[in-house]
Write a protein that binds this ligand. Structure first.
Ligand code: GRG
Length: 295
């Protein structure tokens, strides 16, 4: 299948499932509306589609990994809602519309993020029991997500990003920020797809390598888009990194070198899964799609 058709079909599967978890009648209404506002409208769904694509590589039925894919998208949405708050990036627009706190206020936006994070873990455990997923695999997958979202993952990366604003930092710290703030959840998506599948430790190593490379590449592309793209294309303010004196790859190694590194990382990612040949075509094309994306 060609990648565009694959993305469209898998995105639809994920979105249908997410809707089921957050029906209109959920109470309290304002909390449900705030969650639905950010979760069910827009978004490329990169992370959940990666979970499904890795499952496909190993012929794992998508129903088995779908709750985990949805949980990861819910966690991603919580990080975006919290990141946009005045205490963090203070952004008014995301995906071309007002940010969650601009519509629902800071308190509800914070609680919507908290609920999304908590419900993600409820859904993964509840669905693992309901679907009879092997307990060890379910526990490993849930641990993987908790580990990569916590102090040693997304939250740690976000903290380093915030305390590094307006300061000169070395390359190792920038790499830490990128691989944790952004790369960790992408890596978790790929590893969870592999953990829940019939895989060997060599498979997990190959996919981990692929995930690390595209995770870092994704954030470097994000830095590049912040410079080269526009509000119309991105749906959010551009030039924000320079304005906030953020340390990014382009600000430290320059735009040209950042693009070269992005290319190298994409090639390394593709090499990491070359063992699977044509079977990994979707994952290979996915790496290229992330490198060439316009938003
Ligand atoms: C609040 C704990 C906490 C962490 C925030 C995600 C994050 C960490 C910060 C967001 C800042 C940001 C925009 C980082 C760039 C990478 C990134 C996560 C981009 C947004 O992800 P996409 O492009 O978004 O997948 P869509 O809209 O497609 O879902």
């Amino acid at each position: 299948m060609n990648l565009n058709r694959y993305l469209k079909s898998r995105k639809e599967i994920v979105e249908e499932e997410l809707k089921k978890y957050f029906p209109e009648e959920l109470y309290p209404e304002v909390l449900a509306n705030s969650i639905r506002y950010s979760l069910l409208d827009g978004g490329k769904r990169v992370r959940p589609v990666l979970v499904l694509a890795v499952a496909d590589l190993f012929n794992t039925p998508y129903e088995k990994v779908l709750p985990f894919a949805c949980a990861i998208e819910m966690i991603h949405t919580y990080t975006l809602i919290h990141d946009d708050l005045p205490a963090m990036d203070n952004d008014d627009y995301r995906r071309g519309k007002l940010t969650n706190h601009k519509v629902y206020g800071d308190a509800i936006a914070i609680l919507a993020g908290d609920a999304l994070l908590t419900e993600a873990f409820r859904i993964m455990s509840e669905e693992s029991l309901a679907k009879g997923i092997e307990p060890k695999k379910a526990l490993k997958a849930i641990y993987e997500i908790a580990f990569r979202c916590g102090i040693s993952g997304v939250v740690g990366g976000q903290v380093m990003d915030i305390i590094s604003e307006n300061r000169d930092i070395d390359m190792a710290t920038i790499e830490y920020i990128h691989t944790h703030k952004t790369g960790a959840l992408i890596l978790a998506s790929i590893r969870v797809g592999a953990i829940l599948s019939r895989t060997t430790s060599k498979d997990i190593d190959r996919l981990t390598n692929y995930g690390k490379k595209i995770g870092l590449a994704f954030q470097i592309m994000d830095d590049i888009l912040d410079i080269e793209s526009s509000f119309e294309k991105l749906g959010k303010k551009t030039g924000a990194d320079i304005e906030k004196k953020k340390n990014t790859y382009p600000s430290v190694i320059g735009l040209r070198e950042s693009k070269e590194l992005l290319n190298d990382l994409t090639e390394d990612a593709i090499d990491a899964i070359s063992f699977y040949g044509e079977r990994a075509k979707i994952l290979k094309d996915f790496a290229i799609y992330l490198r060439d994306r316009q938003n």
